[in-house]
Design a protein around this ligand. Structure first.
Ligand SMILES: NC(=O)c1ccc[n+]([C@@H]2O[C@H](COP(=O)([O-])OP(=O)(O)OC[C@H]3O[C@@H](n4cnc5c(N)ncnc54)[C@H](OP(=O)(O)O)[C@@H]3O)[C@@H](O)[C@H]2O)c1
Length: 247
């Protein structure tokens, strides 16, 4: 992905990592379209950051993903980067059946949302001279945080889906990147002030330096995610799982 000159859709950019990345990409000379469900937030972002565009989109709504992306391509035929950032994470207690509502919403948002955006935009992206799909998994794709079982499962699935997507699209000019954040201070799971999560700006500084360094690795990994990302390869999976289990 070129660091500049792209037209980028960040789906899930009304707050946190998505908003932060959108603003950094905008500042780096990209045309950026922010997206999410909260129209008031989108309006505020656009008014505070002239040049940024927005579109309301709920990725759990299949018809909306189809229709809104089709309209978006009319407005921005040069769209060449898709970032599938939209995500949710909530704790689930698997002892009781009422975890199911959270589980289903999590699958619909994190996994189906990613897959639907890829389905809606890949043919267009493959027709561009050069394009990028950046999915967003998590360190928790590689060792689960047991209080959020379905979240971990969706992120492991996003990782796996991304690997296959990259192989299948190798015969196109679409490169496939996977952003794998560690714990970052955002509203996700209410960890804005968590001492164990990375400050958002520090995380974005490191991500932007990786994105700006020419050809990117398939996985965008900041240093802080490496212990969990490589726990299994390093023979530290059980120790990491115990740590994430609070045991
Ligand atoms: N923060 C972390 O520690 C961490 C670690 C690893 C991975 N991640 C991943 O990073 C991504 C961004 O999370 P964040 O930490 O920045 O949390 P966040 O501040 O809560 O941001 C979540 C974003 O997703 C959007 N979203 C949620 N449901 C959506 C839906 N149905 N349709 C469209 N957009 C939706 C939200 O916008 P609306 O509410 O306006 O729809 C918001 O912009 C997520 O995929 C998350 O899993 C985060």
């Amino acid at each position: 992905m070129n660091a500049t000159g792209n037209t980028v859709l960040v789906a899930g950019a009304t707050s946190g990592i998505g908003l932060g990345l959108a603003l950094r990409l905008h500042a780096a000379g990209n045309r950026v379209i922010v997206s999410g469900r909260r129209e008031d937030r989108l309006k505020q972002i656009v008014s505070e950051h002239p040049g940024i565009e927005s579109v309301v989109l709920d990725v759990t709504d299949p018809a909306a993903v189809r229709d809104v992306t089709a309209q978006l391509l009319q407005r921005f035929p040069d769209l060449d980067v898709l970032v599938t950032m939209a995500g949710m994470m909530l704790p689930e207690d698997l002892h009781h059946a009422d975890f199911l509502a959270v589980a289903e919403a999590t699958v619909a948002t994190n996994l189906l949302g990613t897959i639907r955006l890829v389905a809606a935009l890949t043919e267009h992206l493959a027709g561009r001279p050069r394009a990028t799909i950046m999915t967003v998994s998590s360190g928790l794709a590689f060792v689960p945080l047991p209080i959020a079982p379905t979240y971990n499962a969706t992120k492991a699935a996003v990782h796996s889906f991304t690997e296959s997507l990259r192989v299948q699209l190798a015969d196109t000019r679409v490169e496939v990147l996977e952003l794998v954040p560690p714990a970052v201070r955002t509203a996700l799971m209410g960890q804005e002030d968590s001492a164990t999560a990375m400050p958002l700006d520090t995380f974005l500084d490191e991500v932007m330096s990786i994105l700006g360094a020419g050809r990117q690795p398939d996985e965008i990994l900041v240093k802080a995610v490496e212990p969990v990302r490589f726990a299994e390869a390093r023979g530290e999976y059980s120790t990491m799982l115990r740590l994430l289990s609070g045991r």
